[in-house]
Design a protein around this ligand. Structure first.
Ligand code: SF4
Length: 389
């Protein structure tokens, strides 16, 4: 059995950003304490199911995502972590990440995070350009980011990620370069660069409809991605995943679990998980989540009483997920021998002629028994993945 990862969703924010469609709420902060208790109950319930099913094994990564996990108190986070340690066990070199908004923390809080075992942070920076931060309705400015990075280092939290977004309405190549230069001046050990998608139901989609903003040009977004790839080549950061760069050995181990299509538990309102041959989703509403965790007994690992939907994975689906997630890893890619061993047939047989065709088109290549996206393939990766679905 692979090592197990744990994702914990924290669905609270102070304010909703204009582009955000995540499962988060701005008026439920009074629920935080009972939510932390519900998470502890869910961890305990799933650990018991894992034990009964003979599937219990230590956690090698934990990831607090949101929402804004840095709104939780140190005591609440500590109780969740201690419950996970007691109920599921931790591997010796566990990675424990927490997403934080730059304007929600100070040096005492960051030191407290380090004290309770958090050893990796991810800061939502998004841009270094004031107009762009305003458009996104982020609540921080870039000076706060500079300060928070300094405070993280003072607290001994040297392993951190900075998120940036490109493909913004009104963003130019020059303003994107300014953001890249500004974050690189902070010498981050890890960078995640995401292309904006304007999601249904967000203020940004309304602005698009009423003409306040215009649809970003996808060709410009591709140029921005290409610029980032060029600029980051000379920094010592490795481009290890389509959207992620890190110093050697500081790739996000939790996210590697997703990209290797390995198992992880997803707990908390709206979280998704993948374990025991199933994918599942927890109920989204925090109040309903808390109520569900107060009653009943669950029956089947990894499904707690708060799970809203689950689905047994078919062999073909696992095959396709394995290819699509592993191709995202630019140097690791898909191990062809491991694929054949897992599924009992080579990829050429499973997808007759497809790999050869994509290799011929210059979108995939095979190197040392691994199937990899080419440079050209990275720019059209979604179209490559679509063919394996
Ligand atoms: S801080 Fe993150 S989760 Fe919260 S509203 Fe903004 S983008 Fe969404």
């Amino acid at each position: 059995m692979d090592a197990l990862s744990l994702y914990l969703h924290i669905p609270f924010c102070r304010h909703r950003c204009a582009y955000c469609d995540f499962n988060t709420y701005t008026s439920l902060s009074d629920l935080q304490a009972s939510y932390a208790q519900a998470l502890c109950a869910e961890i305990g319930q799933v650990a018991k199911l894992a034990e009964d099913a003979g599937q219990k094994r230590p956690l090698h990564t934990i990831f607090f995502g949101g929402g804004t996990p840095s709104l939780m108190t140190l005591t609440q986070l500590d109780s969740i972590l201690q419950t996970s340690r007691f109920a599921l066990g931790w591997a010796a070199e566990i990675e424990i990440s927490l997403e934080a908004n730059p304007d929600t923390v100070d040096v005492d809080y960051l030191t407290g995070l380090a004290d309770i075992g958090i050893n990796r942070l991810s800061f939502g920076v998004q841009s270094a350009v004031a107009d762009e931060l305003q458009l996104l309705e982020r609540s921080h400015d870039f000076e706060t980011v500079v300060h928070v990075v300094d405070m993280a280092r003072q607290a001994g939290l040297n392993n951190f990620n900075l998120d940036l977004i490109y493909g913004l309405p009104g963003q130019t190549l020059a303003s994107w370069q300014r953001s890249l230069d500004a974050v690189l001046a902070l010498e981050p050990p890890h960078l995640s660069l995401y292309c904006l998608t304007i999601e249904p139901g967000t203020p940004m989609q309304r602005w698009l409809k009423n003409g306040r903003i215009s649809l970003p040009d996808p060709d410009l977004a591709a140029d921005q991605y290409e610029l980032a790839c060029e600029v980051l080549t000379s920094t010592g950061l490795e481009h290890y995943e389509i959207s992620n760069w890190s110093l050697p050995d500081l790739a996000c181990r939790h996210n590697l679990t997703y990209w290797r299509n390995q198992e992880y538990l997803g707990l908390g309102a709206g979280a998704h998980g993948h374990a025991n041959g199933m994918r599942y989703a927890v109920v989204k509403q925090p109040r309903v989540y808390i109520r569900r965790m107060q009653d009943g007994q669950s029956a089947q690992f990894p499904l707690s009483t708060a799970v809203a939907t689950s689905q047994k994975l078919e062999r073909r689906e696992v095959m396709s997920d394995t290819i699509i997630t592993q191709l995202r890893l630019l140097f690791e890619g898909l191990d062809l021998a491991a694929f054949e061993q897992q599924f009992g047939e080579p990829i050429d047989t499973a997808y007759a002629g497809l790999v050869a065709q994509l290799v011929e088109w210059g979108l995939l290549r095979i190197l040392d028994g691994r199937l990899l996206l080419t440079k050209q393939g990275r720019f059209v990766s979604n179209q490559v993945f679509y063919r394996f679905m």
